[in-house]
Design a protein around this ligand. Structure first.
Ligand code: PHE
Length: 338
């Protein structure tokens, strides 16, 4: 039994003189390991006479508990020491700039949007946006496309099942024009607003995507004419492309919510696209029926609206030929714009 007590004393000495956690762990296995000193005593139990065995077992157990206790005490002490040292030597300079390698940037479409909003804001337009899930009413009916109107088929879209609303189904908006209705219902003329966002149609090729972005302009007051539209749009295009060598033209067209309606085409008078007329926007004078749906008196108010695709404007500005590049998430492509 004395041997066991000596073993405990020796273990205490070894543990307390260990200079590092790893030397402490070595000392631990010297006593408690598979072939450790104490383990050998435990294995020896079978050679002890039955009478002595119980007492022998008790003593070994209490030695084992004590050795473990000592071990834990010194493990704690060493860990604390280690922490102190590392706090002293590994000082963290919190005033250093971050080490982030991959700086994000604005998506080219969002760059275009910010540019356009700035341009219109500078000439007094309010800036808003609206929900992508619209009602059938705002997207079509209030914009003078009643149910079964053939113009609806130009805007085939994604409908959302809703068994509670049977005659005003939610859908993914096909254009930003429903914001004309929303905005005019809460704001009184003069109305001068730019709205933008994602729109959805069943279309997919190198120049069409089922989701794309539009920017919509609306100006309603007592004396607004097509020449205001022309002035505003030409100014926008020239500032946007940073060139005065651009002309625009209005080509007769049809939209249910404008009358008369037009497509706006632009032509560059220099550069790589010189001489090609490019369709850039739908536009027109707000249809009197739409003014009524905005709760405005068509005898008193008149205005214009236009809707342009942000993808197209971005492609022209940067010389991009495939619209799908915008949505592939290819870092090499996107990096060029940051
Ligand atoms: N909403 C039309 C479209 O998406 C564009 C447009 C807007 C036309 C405003 C006229 C006036 O095609």
């Amino acid at each position: 039994m004395n041997e066991l007590k000596k073993l405990l004393i020796q273990a205490k000495i070894d543990f307390s003189t260990a200079v590092s956690i790893s030397s402490l762990e070595n000392a631990k296995s010297y006593y408690l390991g598979k072939n450790g000193k104490l383990t050998q005593y435990i294995k020896n139990i079978k050679n002890i006479s039955i009478n002595e065995r119980k007492r022998y077992g008790e003593i070994i157990n209490s030695i084992k508990i004590n050795i473990k206790k000592e071990l834990n005490i010194h493990r704690d002490i060493l860990k604390k020491k280690q922490l102190k040292v590392s706090l002293k030597t590994n000082k963290i300079d919190i005033t250093l700039p971050g080490r982030g390698k991959n700086k994000g940037g604005l998506h080219p479409i969002m760059r275009t949007l910010e540019r356009i909003e700035k341009i219109f804001y500078s000439i007094g337009f309010d800036i808003t946006d609206g929900p992508e899930i619209e009602t059938d009413f705002n997207n079509f009916t209030a914009l003078n496309s009643p149910k079964n109107h053939p113009a609806r088929s130009m805007h085939d879209t994604f409908y959302i099942k809703n068994r509670y609303v049977s005659n005003n189904k939610p859908l993914l908006r096909t254009h930003t024009s429903p914001m004309q209705i929303r905005y005019s219902k809460i704001n009184k003329p003069p109305i001068k607003v730019i709205t933008s966002g994602r729109v959805y149609r069943i279309d997919s090729d190198s120049t069409h995507s089922p989701m794309f972005h539009q920017i919509e302009g609306l100006w309603i007051d007592k004396n607004i004419s097509f020449s205001d539209l022309k002035g505003v749009y030409l100014n926008f295009i020239r500032v946007f492309f940073e060139s005065d060598n651009i002309q625009i033209r209005f080509r007769p067209s049809y939209f249910p919510f404008t009358e008369p309606s037009a497509e706006i085409d632009i032509v560059f008078q220099d550069g790589p696209l010189k001489g090609n007329w490019l369709e850039i926007s739908g536009a027109g004078q707000v249809n009197p029926k739409v003014l009524c749906n905005m709760n405005l008196d068509p005898e008193k108010y008149i205005g214009f609206a236009f809707g342009s695709g942000l993808e197209r404007l971005t492609m022209l500005r940067y010389g991009i030929n495939d619209l799908r590049l915008f949505y592939k998430g290819n870092i090499n492509f996107l990096k060029q714009f940051t």
